[in-house]
Design a protein around this ligand. Structure first.
Ligand code: SOE
Length: 388
């Protein structure tokens, strides 16, 4: 028997669309009992919220999130609004007994994130953070390969996340779409927005990051603020690079910027171990590259003249998530990473084994982000305090 999952969506931007699409398609691809119902979308701008509701099929519009979290006909609150709204909404929703799913980064800082974790755990409500890249089949395959012990002792982790959309000095800060450039609303720049993805993936694959040393840059020092109409200082990090030490003894480098001309959403990582390596590049999202030094399963001696990187097209039904889609050789896209995340969340509800990353897990990523930003100020190595 289908069980309704009545959704209250907060925010109608890029992520509001990505999440709404996932709710609409869930039952088309995944055999779950829950049936999402798009009950209400909430945003301050009623005209825009109405237009969004019409396109995506929400039954009603709210302009006050407090009303939405108090509504009896809502089971789940989805927070897709700017970062400085996450904590207050999530805490209120948890207190009302609602399930809460939240966009990344979880919070503005660790202090806020800790309060959010406390609230959902005290209320005992299911929760998740939309770190969607874990749900790229090729990245999920990398996790499988690591868990199968095919990488062996890890030595190096290398991540880049590069974009170029803020190079022009006349790009304003603040307001719709551009709040990511306003530190009061976003918390940080590339560290929370882009490196949070890289850190989440890294710790999923390679374990806790224990210490970091970082440097940040703000290339454009002031920009017109869309809401105040004034030219104001820019307080976000436009670029950030850091070195990391992992609990397993390996070391890592992370680089992120919005000033890499030509790079639109260049998200890559490589993990090198004694027995093998994996490499991923989001510009070729259906491929995982794998180098296997030891052919463990066959038990045969390695034939060195045949060894080399394998470029695995992760579209077989054996690959993560792919049995829910098309025939081998056909691809899925960016939007499916959100659909896969939602499916994992709902399957977690149904199996009683909650999916990851939940708020507590995302708090660990927040710890690394805060340590990175601190280190960029102190110029020293900083401990992260991550507990996985
Ligand atoms: C920023 O440009 C952004 O939209 C991030 O906020 C997303 O999390 C990232 O996946 C794509 O880039």
């Amino acid at each position: 028997m289908a069980k309704e999952l009545r959704v209250g969506m907060i925010g109608y931007g890029f992520m509001g669309r990505a999440h709404s699409n996932a709710y609409k398609r869930l039952n088309d691809f995944f055999p779950v009992q829950h049936r999402p119902v798009l009950k209400a979308v909430c945003a301050r701008n009623e005209t825009k919220a109405r237009a969004f509701a019409k396109v995506w099929g929400y039954e009603r519009v709210e302009t006050d999130w407090k009303k939405l979290v108090a509504a009896d006909d809502i089971d789940l609150i989805d927070i897709g609004s700017p970062n400085n709204t996450h904590a207050e909404i999530a805490i209120a929703a948890a207190r009302r007994g609602k399930m809460v799913v939240c966009e990344k980064p979880l919070a503005m800082d660790v202090a806020e994130a800790e309060k959010m974790v406390k609230a959902v755990e005290k209320a005992g409500v299911p929760n998740m953070v939309w770190f969607n890249y874990r749900r790229v089949p090729a990245i999920a395959l990398a996790k499988q390969i690591v868990d199968e012990g095919r990488i062996g002792r890890a030595f190096h982790y290398r991540a880049t996340y590069l974009q170029d959309w803020t190079i022009a000095e006349d790009v304003p800060q603040g307001g719709a779409a551009l709040w990511r450039l306003d530190a009061d609303v976003a918390g940080s720049g590339v560290t929370g927005d882009l490196l949070a993805h890289s850190i989440d993936t890294a710790m999923w694959l390679n374990g806790a990051i224990t210490r970091v040393t970082a440097a940040t840059r703000t290339f454009v020092k002031q920009r017109l603020h869309q809401e105040t109409g004034k030219v104001q200082p820019v307080n976000i990090d436009d670029a950030c690079m850091f070195l990391a030490e992992f609990d397993n003894g390996s070391i890592g480098t992370f680089e992120s910027t919005r000033y890499a001309r030509g790079r639109k959403n260049f998200n890559t990582f490589e993990l090198n171990g004694a027995d093998g390596s994996v490499y991923f590049d989001l510009e070729e999202p259906e491929y995982l590259q794998f180098f296997e030094y030891k052919q463990k399963q066959s038990g045969k001696k390695t034939e060195s003249h045949l060894t080399g990187w394998r470029k695995i097209h992760t579209t077989n039904s054996e690959h993560p998530y792919m049995k829910h889609y098309w025939v081998p050789g056909t691809c899925i896209g960016y939007e499916h990473t959100f659909l896969n995340a939602l499916a994992d969340f709902v399957m977690g509800l149904e199996s009683g084994k909650p999916t990851q990353p939940d708020f507590r897990n995302a708090l660990q990523t927040q710890r690394v982000c805060d340590a990175v930003l601190k280190s960029a100020k102190t110029g020293k190595w900083e401990k992260t305090g991550v507990k996985l």
